[in-house]
Design a binder for this molecule. Structure first.
Ligand code: RP5
Length: 160
C-alpha cells in the first residue's frame, strides 16, 4: 500500500516517543512510513525527501524533533502538504525548547504543533487521521468509534 502519511523524526532516539504515532496509524490501518531525517544532520536529504512527498501520494507529514527542533519547520518550507509537529521531551529543558522551536513559525509557513512528548505523538496520528477522514468515510467512522470507545472506557473507570 502506498503511504499516505510520512512520519519523520530527527533521531532514532525519538522513536520511544514516535512509536505511539506509528501504533495509532497502524491501529487505524493508515498506510505510513517512518524515517529518521534531521534538519541539521541531514539537511539535504530532508529537503529531498519532503520535496518528493506530494508526488508520491503522501497527504500528511508528521515531524518530530527535540531541542533546537527545526525539523517540522524545515519540512513545511519544502512542501504545501499539511505538516504536524511533535516537540520531543528533551532532557535539558523537558521539551520546552522543542515546543518553542516547533511552534514559533513565521507567518506564511504553518506547522500544526501538538503537545510535548507522547500525548503529542498520539494526537499527531489522530489529527492526521482526522485530515484524511475528510474524504474517507470508513476512516471517519473508525475515528468516531475510537472516540466512543474512549468515552465508554473513561466512564467505566470510576473511582472506588
Ligand atoms: C534532535 O536532537 C532529535 O530530534 C533528538 O530529539 C535530539 C537528540 O538527538 P540524539 O543526540 O539523541 O541523536 O535533533
Amino acid at each position: 500500500m502506498k503511504p499516505l502519511v510520512a512520519v519523520l523524526m530527527g533521531s532514532k532516539s525519538d522513536w520511544e516517543t514516535m512509536r505511539h504515532t506509528d501504533e495509532i496509524l497502524t491501529q487505524f490501518g493508515v498506510a505510513h512510513e517512518c524515517r529518521v531525517l534531521s534538519a541539521h544532520r541531514t539537511p539535504k536529504q530532508t529537503a529531498e525527501y519532503v520535496g518528493g512527498c506530494e508526488a508520491r501520494g503522501i497527504q500528511v507529514v508528521i515531524a518530530a524533533a527535540g531541542g533546537a527542533a527545526h525539523l517540522a519547520g524545515v519540512a513545511a518550507a519544502h512542501t504545501t502538504l499539511p505538516v504536524l509537529g511533535v516537540p520531543i521531551e528533551s532532557k535539558a529543558l523537558k521539551g520546552l525548547d522543542s515546543l518553542l522551536a516547533t511552534v514559533q513559525m513565521p507567518g506564511g509557513i504553518p506547522v500544526g504543533t501538538l503537545a510535548i512528548g507522547s500525548a503529542g505523538a498520539k494526537n499527531a496520528a489522530l489529527l492526521a487521521i482526522a485530515i484524511l477522514a475528510g474524504s474517507r468515510g470508513a476512516l471517519r467512522k473508525k475515528l468516531k468509534q475510537f472516540r466512543a470507545d474512549q468515552a465508554a472506557q473513561v466512564l467505566a473507570d470510576q473511582l472506588p
